[in-house]
Design a protein around this ligand. Sequence first.
Ligand code: GTP
Ligand code: MG
Length: 337
Amino acid sequence: MENIPDITSDMLDGLRKLNINSVYQLAVQIPSELAFKVSDAFIDVESAAKLIGNARKILTENEILSNEFSTADDMLEKRNKISRYSTGSSNFDTFLDGGFETRAITEIAGEFGSGKSQICQALCAAAITLMKNDRLVENATQKPPESIIFVDTENTFRANRIHQIAEQNNLDPEDILKRIYHCNIYSSEQLEALIDDLPNFIEQYNSKLVIIDSFISLHRAEFSGRGTLVERQQRLGRMLNNLRRYAEVYNLAVVITNQVVSYSDGSSGFDYMKAAGGNIVAHGSTYRIFLRKSGKNRVAIMEDSPCQPYQRVKFTITESGIQDASSYKTQESDSAW
Ligand code: GTP
Ligand code: MG
């Protein structure tokens, strides 16, 4: 950080007190929030914007971020550098154009038991095998093997389930479990504070995938009345904005799960389900996948994507994790398709 133009030792001290210790961590800050948090270190909004701009410039020079304007062919080249993390089901991976994408937020919405947490856990086992396993030496600092951060707000993460999925797929369960950093969260404030602090953990653990299961449940439970809706939406929006910047700066895949709300169509009299969180969550995520139960199988629907058509895929949840529906024999009739 000492190499950032215009940075003074007072500013460095002020930033370090906030646990901002790297160019990456500075680059993901918001000027007004940073100025507010370090008011005693002579950083006003203008100088905060300048520092953040300089940090982003350093990352741009190192080809980690793009220029303000890039030509479309440069953008295409950059897109070829993104990584994709697979799920274990080849049909599901094809549906995702190869897997869960870095530099993007993928939202998985669906009712209870639709398979959101199972996909997250199957993804853990499959994704680790695509990440670098050796200790990297970069600029004289040693980085640990690449890893996953799993934020669990419903206490449904089960290490033994990941162990089982790994074993069933002839993967090394010990190596996989060592590289998943799990954290239980019990309140919306704790979740927001963790997301503010996430850059520290992403760097410390060299994480390439962050999973938040569930992104919305705590805010939904704590901000339940109509009068608190605006505040809830603002808080959700702020978290998503942060996650989007982290995804870009750290070339990170972010996967969040979302719940559903039911609404009735007055004209037809039918009840329907849609993802919770309103427009803020709908616009905040890059991809939105909606899950439905279909007998013993599940159907995933690509509801929103910047580059894929509306499409769907059928999969099943088994001891091995997430599998193609056709590769797993079931007695159940397929009438729901
Ligand atoms: P909520 O968190 O309640 O909103 O639901 P969710 O969408 O996260 O559901 P989850 O991913 O936990 O899916 C639960 C379903 O997965 C169960 O109802 C089971 O049908 C299935 N399941 C879980 N573990 C196994 C397993 O080991 N084998 C098989 N065959 N199915 C499993
Ligand atoms: Mg769940």
